[in-house]
Design a protein around this ligand. Structure first.
Ligand code: ADP
Ligand code: MG
Length: 238
């Protein structure tokens, strides 16, 4: 579960084409990073995968199923936003279980899944606290926990660490890497931070002006950049 395929995907906003024929295959369990300068289309591409934006042309498949035109709720993906809006009046437990509750899951099942997710995220000692009694990193983990309990086939992150200070960013980078190892779930992660890309990714997708410049492992991109743009962006000596 969690293989994602993009075929000749295009996105137009009126007369402005922001995604220009993207072909991409993401394997189940892969950690894929979209990287590139501001305005190159990273967020838009992620929103097309999630269904938050409609594709203008082309197709998106998840586990072989064509989901083009389907709303986000039908795609079984979790979008983790950078502003992790938790409910301040609810405990960590209730914040994490909220999505399942509104989906009508039985209480016992919610409790079980929240317990399990809280262990993975090392939040099991904090389940009865309110968000304001947590650190920034813990709050972010609660936001991720809300997704985990829904058992998505893939997690989509859009610059999830950009609001955090430098020290916490490094901590959270480790947390996310560990989470990927534990869950073995497909993750697509948008960043404009090369260090984040190089340390987290199985596969990096370098975007420029709505097109893919190169796809490859951090090492392949560093050692064998296809062009000067990739070389300069990744910081390799070519
Ligand atoms: P990135 O995430 O790489 O910084 P975005 O995907 O946010 O880039 O934006 C890509 C381009 O699409 C930018 O030129 C941006 O201004 C434009 N864009 C994004 N969303 C919209 C929208 N809803 N309407 C019109 N233009 C948009
Ligand atoms: Mg963006």
């Amino acid at each position: 579960m969690g293989a994602i395929q993009l075929e000749k995907v295009e996105k137009w906003f009126g007369d402005l084409q922001v995604i220009k024929g993207v072909d991409l295959t993401i394997d189940d369990g892969e950690f894929v990073i979209f990287v590139g300068p501001s305005g190159c289309g990273k967020s838009t591409l992620l929103r097309l995968v999630s269904g938050l934006e409609e594709t203008s042309r082309g197709a998106i498949r998840i586990d072989e199923r064509d989901v083009t035109g389907e709303p986000p709720s039908g795609r079984g993906l979790a979008m983790v936003f950078q502003s992790y809006a938790l409910y301040p009046h609810m405990s960590v437990r209730d914040n994490m279980g909220f999505g399942l509750k509104t989906a009508g899951a039985p209480k016992a099942e919610i409790a079980e899944k929240v317990e399990a997710a809280s262990k993975v995220l090392k939040l099991d000692d904090y389940l009865d606290r309110r968000p304001k009694a947590l650190s920034g990193g813990q709050r972010q983990r609660v936001a991720i926990g809300r997704s985990i309990v829904r058992e998505p086939s893939a997690f989509l992150f859009d610059e999830p660490l950009s609001n955090l200070d430098a020290a916490l960013r490094v901590d959270m980078r480790f947390e996310i890497a560990k989470l990927h190892q534990t869950l073995k779930a497909t993750m697509i992660y948008v960043t404009h931070d090369q260090v984040e890309a190089m340390t987290l990714a199985d596969k990096i997708v370098v975007l420029q002006a709505g097109k893919i410049e190169q796809v490859g492992s951090p090492r392949a991109l560093y050692e064998r950049p296809d062009n000067l743009f990739v070389a300069q962006f990744i910081g390799s000596p070519k």
